[in-house]
Design a protein around this ligand. Structure first.
Ligand code: FE2
Ligand code: FE2
Length: 187
């Protein structure tokens, strides 16, 4: 359990913000308008926390250890998770790129941003479910004591870097602000 506990906890933070994002997308559809400051906050969290803190920890730390432990990369669950990280990045990049015209009232841009947002929401929820219910259970089954300790040490080192801490603090503040605003509790 230890090898994936930190990542499972981060999933809960991400799911909470995704709950907020679902409401924001629905409200934007109803109003046929995108609020720049609101969507910028979501983009900041998705890039800063979901990607930089979390996906990078999986890609740089956990997945290589799992490959060494015999879980296949290409054509297996890890390859699938990596492809989904790339797809998630592409959705967020698309949202960020068209945000200003959307906020300025461009109808095609509004449609595009909301469509990409919904695709991101569905992808990330399904992705997290696959990791929590399949890949992380496999990880907890195959990793032995030294591998688990090595991962804990690697996460600790990463989390001690000042730049990581600043980013994390900022993202946690954004997550808290969004949860309060949309009234979304822990999943
Ligand atoms: Fe992932
Ligand atoms: Fe994950």
């Amino acid at each position: 359990m230890e090898a994936t506990r930190c990542l499972r906890e981060e999933h809960q933070v991400i799911l909470r913000v995704l709950g907020c994002f679902e409401i924001a997308l629905r409200e934007a559809r109803e109003a046929d308008a995108v609020d720049l400051a609101t969507f910028e906050k979501f983009v900041e969290f998705f890039r800063g926390f979901a990607d930089r803190c979390h996906h990078c920890k999986e890609e740089d730390r956990l997945f290589p250890v799992l490959v060494s432990a015999g879980i296949p990369k290409e054509g297996g669950p890890i390859g699938c998770m990596l492809a989904e990280h790339e797809q998630a990045r592409a959705y967020v990049a698309s949202i960020a790129e068209r945000l200003e015209p959307a906020a300025g009232g461009d109808a095609a841009a509004i449609q595009f941003v909301l469509d990409q947002g919904e695709l991101y929401l569905d992808l990330l929820r399904a992705h997290i479910a696959k990791e929590d219910n399949i890949l992380f259970n496999m990880a907890d089954g195959v990793l032995d004591g030294p591998a688990v300790e090595g991962l804990a040490r690697a996460y600790g080192e990463e989390q001690a870097a000042p730049e990581y801490c600043r980013n994390l603090e900022r993202c946690r503040a954004v997550a808290g602000e969004l949860a309060d605003r949309y009234g979304v509790g822990a999943p």
